[in-house]
Design a protein around this ligand. Structure first.
Ligand SMILES: NC(=O)c1ccc[n+]([C@@H]2O[C@H](COP(=O)([O-])OP(=O)(O)OC[C@H]3O[C@@H](n4cnc5c(N)ncnc54)[C@H](O)[C@@H]3O)[C@@H](O)[C@H]2O)c1
Length: 397
């Protein structure tokens, strides 16, 4: 069993895969399409970050590849449809940097409330400007969280812990954490929040959803934070409201257009504004998050390869069978057409093999069923299923 791990992925991933029996080849950089094609023979698991593109051409050449781990949040760098069509599972780490984002936002709320960006600039310019003018505690202030998912809920808990009141608005039905108060419209939230922090996802309908009208509805001298997606906010409108003084400060970590490479120049209408913090999409970038991502994704790859679990796969039907403690397991990835489950179970019945546990899930054109039985299915039955026109792969454990 062999894994190839690219792009300086945290050693925690390598340790976990080695502990689960894999020989792991480590390569510090990303690989081009042709380099990948030349390197994937005999590789069962591939680990990448965002700079390696796995195209249909790469997948076609990678006969031994079972799964790809994206040791990051996004999975755009992989042709997910082509991977699913070839039965290659793709996994990522959607939640491993939640805490890092929350801590950045908390730091920014305090920094903006104390006008630290201006104060530190003045000190670097050699100006001693000791004054309490415009500086506030955040205790007792109202934080309005828009998007109460993984990050929004954790921010809610931490903000309450240091004395903020929390209100939130989410399109979905999300239960309140702690003493946070759920509001039924964005308008209600903008009416009362001293700080508005966006944590919505990147669904297409969210493009430009926070613009001139929403900034105008915010309380005078309130603060605005966006560490979600650049495209959800109209930054020209934000600029006008910062210049007019209506918005007293803002912190932005994400932008509609972001430089692709390290060191590339960055431009924004928000550059040079007072009490505006600009950071290069580093909300989730901490050493701790990297380690957590390494451990999390490696665990998902091993769970898929060694137990047949597709839990949190981004492209295969999701089945989470328990650990295989006794008996035998058969995983069958197939085209999602009527009769496949009957065909499979007929083989178990004909062999007089007792099925002790069975999980089926479907996703688009694929179906995946994991069957635990007291005896292994006879080799001829396995071969019949493997050669079925509906079978993408069949694995036994
Ligand atoms: N800055 C960074 O480095 C960084 C790191 C991680 C995640 N993120 C981004 O943070 C955002 C939140 O991440 P998450 O893991 O909490 O996502 P999530 O999917 O868990 O939560 C998003 C929430 O927003 C809600 N929502 C979506 N559109 C909405 C709208 N128009 N109005 C109100 N609610 C809406 C959803 O119902 C959901 O509850 C994502 O956009 C993610 O890409 C940024």
């Amino acid at each position: 069993m062999k894994a190839l791990v690219l792009e300086n992925i945290h050693p925690a991933a390598v340790e976990l895969l080695e502990a689960r029996g894999y020989q792991v080849d480590v390569h510090p950089k990303s690989m081009s399409e042709d380099e990948l094609i030349g390197s994937l023979a005999g590789i069962n698991l591939l680990g990448i970050r965002s700079n390696t593109t796995v195209s249909a051409r790469v997948l076609d050449s990678a006969r031994d590849l079972e799964a790809i781990g994206c040791f990051c949040i996004g999975t755009n760098q992989v042709d997910l449809v082509a991977a699913a069509g070839r039965g290659v599972g793709v996994f990522n780490a959607p939640y491993s940097n939640t805490r890092s984002v929350v801590e950045l936002v908390i730091g920014e709320i305090i920094a903006l409330a104390r006008r630290l960006p201006e104060k530190t600039l003045r000190m670097h310019d050699g100006v001693w400007d000791k004054s309490a003018r415009g500086s506030h505690e955040v205790r007792g202030r109202t934080l309005g969280i828009v998007g109460y998912g993984n990050i929004g809920t954790q921010l809610s808990n931490v903000a309450e812990a240091f004395g903020m009141r929390v209100v939130f608005y989410d399109k979905a039905d999300r239960p309140a954490h702690g003493n946070a108060r759920r509001l039924h419209s964005l308008g209600e939230l903008l009416d009362i929040a001293d700080v508005v922090s966006l944590h919505v996802d990147g669904r297409p309908g969210n493009a430009g959803f926070f613009g001139a009208e929403e900034f105008a509805a915010m309380k005078p001298r309130s603060l605005f934070i966006n560490a979600s997606r650049g495209m959800v906010v109209d930054y020209d409108a934000l600029r006008s409201h910062v210049l007019s003084g209506h918005i007293a400060g803002a912190a932005l970590d994400v932008f509609p257009v972001e430089p692709k490479a390290q060191g590339e120049s960055f431009d924004s209408v928000l550059r040079g504004l007072d009490n505006v913090i600009l950071t290069p999409h580093v909300g989730g970038s901490t050493q701790e998050a990297q380690e957590e991502i390494g451990w999390f994704v490696a665990g998902k790859l091993a769970g898929f390869a060694l137990e047949g679990s597709t839990a949190l796969s981004v492209n295969l039907p999701r089945v989470l069978p328990g650990p295989l403690t006794a008996g035998h397991r058969l995983g069958f990835l197939h085209h999602n057409v009527p009769g496949v489950l009957a065909e499979l179970n007929a083989e178990f019945a004909a062999a007089g093999d007792n099925v002790v546990d069975q999980h089926l899930s479907t996703r688009d054109h694929l179906g995946y069923v994991v069957t635990d039985s007291s005896e292994p299915l006879p080799p001829q039955a396995v071969e019949r299923l493997r050669s079925s026109e509906h079978c993408l792969w069949l694995r036994t454990w």
